[in-house]
Design a binder for this molecule. Sequence first.
Ligand code: ADP
Ligand code: MG
Length: 232
Amino acid sequence: MKIHEYQGKELFRNAGVPVPNGFPAFSVEEAVDAADKLTTDIFVVKAQIHAGGRSKGGGVKLAIGADEVKQRANDMLGMNLVTHQTGPKGKEVQCLLIEEASDIKRELYAGIVLDRSSGCFVFMVSTEGGVEIEKVSEKTPEKIIKEWINPNGNLKTYQARKLAFALGLEGPQIKHATKTFLALWEVFINYDCSLIEINPLVVTKSDEIIALDAKINFDDNALFRHKDIQKM
Ligand code: ADP
Ligand code: MG
């Protein structure tokens, strides 16, 4: 099962994985309300569909001020969004996420999946965030750094720190990233996820680490254990 970015970010927020402040909106009115509730003037309006590559198809737009949020919401709600992951038919946008724009210094990648070949979970990071990770893996596989986790074990603090160092993080960024990776692992294991992907995970100008995107898939066989996820 897949959930939307705004729902994934809600799980992240509750688990201590930093995400931008934001609210879902199913109508233009709700989008304006969301903008009013946020304490910023620079927003990002994001189409919520079960596919990635939204920005290239016009599904992620910056908006300055609530009026621009209104315009963007008007344009985006009901539009048919085509990305490389939707196929040519595209997907209708029925929901938006209105969130605060982050002050981005670097765009990184972080993901966790089950590696069937080794029978372990694998925690992956890369300095090449914000681009298609499939291309990075094909052309420059050495740029994806991995730590393996036993199926009955946990991501260890030293592994999380190793990943932070491999990303070239420094100073307070290392502490923030280590904490974020450990929290991300908790989400993965507690919710019986089959995949978590954050692309991009950003370093902000104030050295914070924030998940700007959130893709989460769940193991359907374990859904009976998670009534809250079933509702989503
Ligand atoms: P997709 O992967 O579907 O294109 P993302 O959520 O990754 O959508 O957003 C695409 C790009 O838009 C990101 O790589 C980032 O540069 C920018 N972006 C997304 N959300 C924000 C935000 N809250 N603040 C600033 N930039 C953002
Ligand atoms: Mg993305």
